[in-house]
Design a protein around this ligand. Structure first.
Ligand SMILES: *[C@@H]1O[C@H](CO)[C@@H](O)[C@H](O)[C@H]1NC(C)=O
Ligand SMILES: *[C@@H]1O[C@H](CO)[C@@H](O)[C@H](O)[C@H]1NC(C)=O
Ligand SMILES: *[C@@H]1O[C@H](CO)[C@@H](O)[C@H](O)[C@H]1NC(C)=O
Ligand SMILES: *[C@@H]1O[C@H](CO)[C@@H](O)[C@H](O)[C@H]1NC(C)=O
Ligand SMILES: *[C@@H]1O[C@H](CO)[C@@H](O)[C@H](O)[C@H]1NC(C)=O
Length: 375
């Protein structure tokens, strides 16, 4: 019962007429003594017209009840004046368990030094494709294994949703790098996505030494990351590390038109706790699991990177600043140069926003042995 060894997961058993119904929730219970081998295996059966979805998780069968909207959030003060996306967030904020559509049970059966956890969305096929060929290629660098996982929800509905899910299934067959859950992959669900990943990690990949967590449109110099992590004094992943582009006393956006708008109904304080920009940051396996455990008693905040800061703070840990992470664009020192300056990128860990073609070109350029740079 490897996946339940950590016992942090919770379960309520309900014996249905035809199924053994197991519903994960945040309370805790021990599943280790339960004999699953008597239940039959089944594939993912995702039936939109039913209220439940049967999923296969490892060799076990689960029935995840559809999470219903919390109607009483509408009684909050000034709820009706909030933008629709925020209303929708509040209605479903309590939902933390969604069926896993595509799983990677064997991903961590071998050694993992740096696990790349890349936030993608079903439509971003071209970005995933170029990352597989460039910085996210699974490989041994300097004696350390780099492995790759894209984390996704679903997009669209009806036929379009089915078509995109089929694409991901095909990608999975070819590349074995997709973790997908059945929730609407929107900006305000990014924190949910992150927490679903950490829950998966706790069960399936607790021994990953370090993680890179970032967007699918950044240029992450993963060779440099491995070397940086290998040179950390006294940390093999079993101690705290959380580093990237650090925001201190960042102001909460109160302007309704902004993508980042957060009303007082979600957060009263006007500043965020320290956090690292979500474009990309590095953390230890230890810290990832601490964040997950803290998150279980902290209501979801829609801004995913700020939420990590809240979890860290609750654990008494701080994020730190890494000078090589440039998530706010670059100030290229040399005149006439632009984002596509390989000499500058060569020494960095992360630069934000690259188009797929530029990514491909740049990865080649920084690895060009004939590249001449002024010292
Ligand atoms: C679990 O169930 C299977 C099938 O019913 C049975 O063969 C096996 O002995 C059981 N194992 C335990 C530990 O009870
Ligand atoms: C989905 O569920 C409905 C209602 O239970 C049923 O009529 C329909 O046949 C199911 N469709 C599939 C593809 O299983
Ligand atoms: C539903 O929302 C109300 C009002 O915000 C809150 O008090 C309650 O705890 C929520 N219920 C759940 C299940 O999250
Ligand atoms: C998903 O979210 C988007 C953006 O909020 C919305 O337009 C769309 O209707 C949602 N889809 C589903 C299936 O809920
Ligand atoms: C998050 O996903 C759930 C499940 O699809 C959906 O009901 C909810 O509306 C989404 N939340 C937001 C804020 O898009």
């Amino acid at each position: 019962m490897r996946i339940f060894r950590r016992g942090n997961i919770a379960a309520v058993f309900v014996l249905g007429a035809t199924f053994l119904v197991i519903y994960f929730c945040q309370n805790s219970a021990d599943l280790t003594n339960y004999n699953f081998s008597s239940s039959p295996l089944t594939d993912v059966v995702n039936n939109d017209s039913q209220s439940e979805t049967v999923i296969k998780l490892h060799t076990h069968e689960f029935l995840v009840p559809k999470c219903e909207a919390n109607k009483s959030v509408a009684d909050m003060k000034d709820f009706s004046s909030l933008p629709d996306t925020i209303k929708n967030f509040l209605y479903y904020r309590h939902c933390r368990t969604f069926p896993l559509l595509l799983d990677l049970p064997g991903k961590c059966s071998k050694e993992v030094f740096l696990l790349l956890v890349i936030k993608s969305s079903p439509l971003n096929y071209d970005r995933r494709e170029v990352l597989r060929k460039t910085w996210a290629k699974e490989r041994l660098h300097n004696g350390a294994w780099i492995r790759r996982i894209f984390i996704l929800g679903t997009s669209d509905s009806g036929y379009e949703k089915k078509k995109l899910n089929k694409l991901l299934k095909v990608e999975q067959e070819d590349f074995n790098d997709i973790l997908q859950w059945d929730f609407n992959d929107t900006f305000h669900n990014l924190t949910l996505k992150q927490m679903l990943f950490y829950g998966w990690m706790e069960r399936n990949c607790p021994n990953a030494r370090f993680l890179f967590n970032g967007d699918d449109d950044v240029f992450a110099h993963t060779d440099n990351m491995v070397e940086y992590l290998q040179n950390l004094p006294d940390n093999d992943g079993s101690k705290h590390l959380f580093t990237g582009y650090l925001f201190l006393n960042e102001k909460v956006v109160r302007w309704k038109g902004s993508k980042y708008f957060i009303p007082v109904q979600i957060q009263e304080s006007n500043t965020y706790l320290p956090y690292c920009g979500g474009g990309g940051y590095l953390l230890s396996g230890y810290t990832a699991l601490v964040i997950y455990r803290m998150s279980q008693s902290i209501p979801i905040h829609p801004i995913d990177d700020a939420y990590m800061g809240i979890c860290l703070s609750k654990a008494g840990l701080s994020p730190s600043s890494h000078i090589g992470v440039k998530t706010l664009g670059l100030n290229i020192p040399s005149k006439g140069a632009d984002n596509l300056e390989p000499c500058y990128l060569r020494d960095l860990l992360l630069v934000h926003r690259f188009l797929p073609a530029d990514m491909y070109l740049m990865w080649r350029e920084v690895h060009n042995p004939h590249l001449k740079c002024n010292p």
